[in-house]
Design a protein around this ligand. Sequence first.
Ligand code: SF4
Length: 299
Amino acid sequence: MNDANHLLSWYKRHGRHLPWRNTRDPYRILVSEIMLQQTQVSRVLDFYRAWLKQFPNWKVLAEAKNAEVIRAWSGLGYNRRARMLRDIARTIITTNTRPKTAAEWLPLKGIGPYTANAIACFAFHEMVFPIDTNTRRVAGRLLLGRAFPTMKDDERIQKKASTWQKQSAQFYDIPQAMFDLANAACTKVPDCKTCPMRSTCKAAPKFLKGHVRIPKRTTPAPKERLYEGKRYPDRIYRGRIVKILHEQPKGISIKQVGTFIDKTFNKNLDIVWLKNMLQRLKKDDLISVEKDSIFLSKR
Ligand code: SF4
């Protein structure tokens, strides 16, 4: 059995049963991929099911208003993703196009190289390899012998992974198998002794002999902007505003919202900070402002 099939046979026995793995519907796969960006699988599962119940296809989602999609997304974080997903659905419906290949997905706003490759691979079985943190780590170790691969290795990983995919008829499941291996054994500090790929993995000897120094960080810390010396980045306060508006459909006055999102809110010192943040939310179409009150965007 070749190495690719060896990994796939492990995946068949030990892989996670996830609802987006039972479908080739590009809509469902895109929903899962967008939800999984920066969010853990366990957290996504309930949101994924509820979303599909409310917005079962491109058409229904394309017709949804901002407030509806933001409400359905509320709790997952990074609310802009909800609007972006709805906008992709609108593009697909209004242009009456149905992208299939990675090259056709890539021009859509909000779709990056990883997502384009993931939908093309999982939904249409195009032989492309989606590289994210997990597949980079596993493929970089397994195929290149790099203990802590970085984005600089992506081109080489892409080439090696394509060769690997050609070894198997189920090539489209290889990235899924790598996601699970990244979760089960090939974590930041890998457990090579229990890994099904240890006998052929190019990086395993380094780890097993203890020849690897574990770096403090393997990916750069996300750059998050702190405004006006506030304790958390903007995204945390923005999420809180959207959550309050979700709970208060009749809206809330600007005066009230400050203390809701920040216990230390000072109405004299922090009002500029708050108004600037509301402007950014408005610009992103997540809220609307009427006189002195704010609401979830009605568009
Ligand atoms: S043998 Fe170790 S480094 Fe290689 S894939 Fe398995 S866990 Fe990762």
